[in-house]
Design a protein around this ligand. Structure first.
Ligand code: TYD
Length: 213
């Protein structure tokens, strides 16, 4: 019998949108339903990727130029794709990934005002062309997201960019959705954690059933 093809689902959104916590709960629920779920995150998810993550997010690395930042994200991503994501998909599994290539387009592209097209080439090199089957955008006003991060006491080097940067990131995400609407689902992350969680659960189950999973 032919096994089901793997599914690659990514979660995107501004800092403080609750992506990580929501994705973890969703993964647990899906595992309980019997789905073959693997969760991972970017940057990181591998030993080499976690070392790159430390460099990328360290508040003391204020000298980092935009191109270094963009390339380090791709280095971590290449490792994650080959070491973790592709093997699980090849076994027919479902991968839930906290951020992926769209974060590069939103942050290093729209955020830093670099042309998105110039980044697509290095993303393709890093991923070998692996694109998500579904991407969920947890959309949120940047001010709300940053306040949540401040309350949690965990600002990273990118959170510390000015508020205009974060507005460009958000607008960038919305542009990416417009350009490829079939791959994206937008969820309003400004509501209570429980409301967002309930909507995510409904969306994911419906989507998986629609793909015959
Ligand atoms: P993290 O602490 O994991 O934040 P979050 O919980 O919001 O995902 O930090 C990841 C940071 O890296 C976040 O500020 C977004 C940024 N980032 C990019 O700028 N480009 C990328 O390609 C990726 C994957 C992340």
């Amino acid at each position: 019998m032919q096994s089901k093809p793997g599914k690659f689902i990514t979660f995107e959104g501004p800092d403080g949108s609750g992506k990580t916590a929501q994705m973890d709960i969703l993964a647990e629920q899906l595992i309980q339903e019997g789905y073959p779920i693997l969760t991972t995150r970017e940057p990181g998810g591998t030993s080499i990727g976690d070392q790159i993550r430390e460099t990328l997010l360290d508040l003391k690395n204020t000298a980092m130029v935009d191109r270094t930042e963009a390339l380090l994200y791709q280095a971590a991503r290449a490792q994650l794709v080959d070491e973790i994501i592709k093997p699980h998909l090849a076994e027919g599994g479902i991968v839930l990934c906290d951020r992926y290539a769209d974060s590069t387009l939103a942050y290093q592209g729209y955020g830093h005002k670099n042309t998105v097209e110039s980044l697509r080439g290095i993303i393709h090199y890093a991923t070998g062309g692996l694109t998500p089957d579904l991407t969920v955008l947890l959309d949120l006003e940047p001010e709300v997201g940053l306040q949540r991060r401040l309350d949690a006491g965990g600002l990273n080097r990118l959170d510390a960019y000015d508020i205009d940067f974060h507005h460009r990131v958000r607008a960038g995400y919305l542009e990416l959705v417009k350009a490829d609407p079939d791959r994206w689902i937008i969820v309003d992350a400004g509501r209570s954690f429980e409301e967002v969680q309930a909507e995510l659960w409904k969306i994911l189950l419906e989507w998986l059933k629609a793909c015959g999973q």
